[in-house]
Design a protein around this ligand. Structure first.
Ligand SMILES: [Zn+2]
Length: 837
């Protein structure tokens, strides 16, 4: 699974950091060990026959579930089945249904079998039921909002702008909202689903479409058969009016289900899939194990994307138009991530949610692997570094990667399981070497295929291949928390011709054992020393002929750490040119930026970096320019205007325009005006913002006229921002309509502050109240999805701000109106946080 809202949640977790303390009462989860589910009965096969009642959002189902006792004989069966109406439960004997006794409590179905069955003795129960997903009361989380399992989108067709769709989301244990099963990741089964739908709709499920039968009443029954075993949470269905674009990989169908409008660009979005399958098959040494690979896009999806076996489901942001794709395919990494799950997650599955690292750390890591392979080492390193920064900023230092204690199973889908886990794998790859690393993955996949695994299974595979005891690595990284915070210093003694490197570990908690590569440069020649830092403080001494130009600790730049280093500008300039990895260069740029105003050598490095071979570092350098300083402006202005016109990457041209905008010079007006109609949204958006910096009225007019056209992405963001920032009293209706059109997540969230500022400015009490109501409604939707911390943010940062602004402006009635929307006493965030729990 892939979340996409992490940016917002990072922001919020930072804002609300002080509210995360557990009260003693709610900390009971810390004592509950989350073991793998005990296997009494094993699923063998699930056969479903389903049809849908669009008017009630119900599903009528018949299930034939074949099982056998795992080891010990048993005469009972417990199935997960959420909010269903159970019509019949029987066992199939010689083709006949023999009714069974059962009790049902709306979550679990307790069945008494007709006799005691022995290990390996198959039996099939039949259940006739109605699934009522809207009655499922299961908490969602920041990873997945909602837990209904089955979703009807616009089922009555009342929203003319939205297609009618049905789709499912199983992870973690939500598929039991649409079929009775043992909803645990350590179960496996083959399956067969027959869906009866109106003939105009396409269907998708796991495995192969084995039959399509038209019925006399205008419906059609499609049967999908999955003949390889997989976990119940990976079963899926999707129904809707889709265009299906087909590619292939070694004779297997690779298909993309998109809304008709996106059929012409479907290959631009998903078309790299066959190449990805080939790449991942090659590096794992395990040929793509499944019979087909389909990807479908769903409206109002509750997460980013989900790796249902052979049928990945993507959120609607995957559907980008032609202009968006000029800048980049923002979904490429997610496509890679979900695909890699076909090996890590679907072929071998985590045995419990505590071991989710066996799925998600690999999928996260696969994004970097793909970037590296397809777009070069700099792109891979960039991706990896950003992921590490996200983890570090997230403040998750107390969480183990393999987590046996958690409040809610949805919580394990976090920056530790994904981003930190991905970086751990990258370190492991570096420590054991590429060849041993991929051989170990291959052994793990072959040993554990079509079954479930825990973190130790991975360790055993690595130990078998490398011949080393790797408990130390697993203990500190998989079963321990935090990361090293390194203080690194150097000195050189001319007498003894020795260089010394001091490494101190400043983190609280465990001291890490760290294999570190130290590169000592004398001239462009480098000598590598492989050392082991394993104490709170370590000193390493190297013989040299003269003072080294650079001592580069962590020469491959793979350590998962925070660090403080003591290098000077000359060291960094040398590092940029000679060490040369993405992070070597990035660190040098970052350091030079600090003295760009007063040190011409630093400025020279910045100028060099504006022409860096990797576009991401050109953008990074643009962002680091301090354009309030005259000397900096003078040094780079000609380069910026050249970059704005001629850089080969549209994102860099957009960055250069943004930088030119910071100069606030009217002479660039015509450049900005031209760029507003550029086909790249990022360029057009930057140009509109840049124009606003020199002429707000002109930018406002441009934004108004553009807002009538169909635009997306950065240009849409810029338009929205300018409209909310500069609109007057009379524009309320169009602004409100715009706000309502935005999605109930990231989009609305990003415009909250400008919207709040607008409401602070306007006087009209009717419009004001309507505006407050819109924000409150958005807050309450968020709160309903159990994102209490974000809802609290609305109260403290947004609504309270508006209230106090109105209060000080003498508009007491408006201030009181806002206060009436706040829960209780709003003086102290802590008080409210406690209330919201
Ligand atoms: Zn994932």
């Amino acid at each position: 699974m892939k979340k996409i809202l992490s940016g917002v949640f990072l922001l919020i977790s930072f804002v609300c950091y002080s509210q995360q303390q557990d009260s003693a009462k709610s900390a009971k989860w810390k004592t509950i060990y989350r073991a793998s589910a005990t296997r009494i009965n094993d699923l063998v096969n699930t056969k479903l026959n389903v049809s849908f009642d669009y008017s009630k959002s119900w599903m009528y189902g018949k299930a034939w579930i074949t099982l056998h006792p795992h080891f010990y004989p048993t005469d009972s069966l417990r199935l997960d089945a959420k909010s269903m109406k159970i019509n019949e439960v029987s066992v199939i004997k010689a083709g006949k249904n023999i009714p069974l006794k059962y009790t049902y409590d709306s979550l679990k179905l307790y069945i008494t079998l007709d006799k005691s069955y022995r290990s390996g003795e198959n039996y099939t129960v039949f259940i006739d039921y109605t699934a009522k997903p809207n009655d499922v009361k299961q908490k969602g989380s920041t990873a997945i909002s909602g837990g209904k399992g089955l979703y009807f989108i616009n089922p009555l067709g009342t929203d003319k702008k939205k297609p009618i769709q049905i789709w499912t989301q199983g992870e973690t244990e939500s598929n039991s909202g649409w079929f009775p099963t043992i909803d645990k990741p350590n179960q496996r089964q083959t399956d067969e689903i027959t869906m009866t739908v109106p003939d105009k709709f396409q269907t998708l499920s796991n495995g192969i479409l084995v039959s399509r039968r038209k019925n006399s009443n205008g419906t059609r029954s499609d049967t999908w058969k999955m003949s390889l075993p997989h976990a119940p949470y990976l079963m899926m269905m999707a129904v809707g009016e889709y265009s299906i674009i087909k590619d292939s990989y070694k004779g297997k169908e690779v298909s993309y289900y998109v809304e008709k409008e996106y059929a012409p660009v479907a290959r631009k979005i998903f078309g790299l899939t066959p190449e990805m399958i080939k790449f991942y098959s090659r590096i794992t040494g395990v040929e793509f194990p499944w019979p087909k690979y389909a990807q479908v896009v769903a409206r109002d999806y509750v997460s980013g994307a989900m790796e249902n076996t052979t049928a990945t489901l993507h959120g609607e942001s995957a559907q980008q138009d032609e202009r968006q794709l000029i800048d980049e395919n923002k979904w490429e990494d997610i496509i890679a991530h979900e695909l890699f799950h076909m090996w890590f997650g679907d072929y071998v599955t985590c045995e419990s949610w505590s071991n989710i690292t066996e799925n998600e750390s690999f999928a996260d890591f696969s994004e970097m692997l793909w970037e590296e392979y397809k777009h070069g080492k700099d792109a891979g390193d960039d991706h990896s570094f950003m992921a590490m920064q996200n983890y570090i900023r997230g403040g998750n230092e107390k969480k183990d990667l393999v987590r046996f204690y958690y409040r809610d199973r949805e919580e394990v889908f976090d920056l530790v399981s994904y981003q930190k886990g991905g970086r751990i794998l990258n370190m492991l790859r570096n420590f054991v070497g590429d060849s041993a690393f991929f051989k170990s993955l291959n052994l793990y996949l072959r040993t554990k295929k079509f079954s479930s695994a825990e973190a130790h299974d991975l360790r055993l595979a690595f130990e078998e291949v490398t011949g080393q005891d790797l408990n130390w690595f697993w203990n500190q990284w998989y079963f321990g928390a935090g990361h090293p915070k390194l203080y690194i210093d150097y000195d050189y003694s001319a007498d003894g011709k020795t260089a010394r490197v001091f490494i101190k570990q400043l983190q609280s908690g465990q001291i890490f054992k760290l294999p570190i590569a130290i590169d000592v440069y004398q001239g462009p020649e480098k000598k590598r020393y492989n050392v082991l830092a394993e104490h709170q403080a370590d000193t390493f001494i190297f013989q040299t002929v003269s003072r080294p130009q650079l001592i580069n600790v962590d020469g491959d730049k793979i350590l998962l750490c925070e660090k403080t280093e003591h290098k000077n500008l000359d060291n960094y300039i040398f590092q940029y040119k000679n060490a040369g990895l993405y992070l070597d260069r990035r660190e040098a740029i970052e350091f030079a930026a600090r003295t760009q105003a007063e040190d011409h050598k630093a400025m020279d490095l910045m100028k060099t970096a504006l022409k860096d071979r990797y576009y991401g570092l050109r953008i990074f350098t643009l962002q680091r320019l301090n354009l309030t300083i005259d000397s900096v402006k003078k040094a780079v202005e000609p380069i910026l205007s050249e970059m704005a016109k001629n850089d080969p990457k549209s994102l860099v041209r957009a960055g250069a325009i943004e930088a030119l905008g910071r100069l606030k010079k009217d002479e660039y007006r015509s450049l900005f005006l031209r760029a507003i109609s550029d086909s790249s949204y990022s360029i057009a958006g930057s140009a509109l913002r840049a124009l606003a910096a020199i002429d707000t009225a002109a930018a406002f007019n441009q934004a108004k006229s553009l807002s009538e056209k169909h635009v997306k992405a950065e240009l849409e963001d810029a338009i929205t921002n300018i409209l909310f920032t500069y609109s007057g009293e009379n524009d309320y209706d169009s602004l409100a309509a715009r706000f309502e059109r935005m999605s109930n997540g990231y989009e609305k969230f990003m415009i909250l502050q400008p919207f709040a500022n607008y409401l602070k400015r306007i006087k009209n009490p009717v419009c004001f109240k309507k505006g407050i109501d819109l924000i409150v409604r958005f807050r309450d939707t968020i709160a309903e999805e159990d994102r209490q911390q974000i809802a609290a943010y609305f109260n403290f940062m947004i609504l309270s701000g508006i209230a106090s602004s109105k209060q000080s402006g003498g508009l007491t009635e408006q201030a009181d109106y806002v206060k009436s929307k706040l829960p209780g006493n709003t003086k102290s965030p802590e008080v409210n946080a406690a209330k919201n729990k």
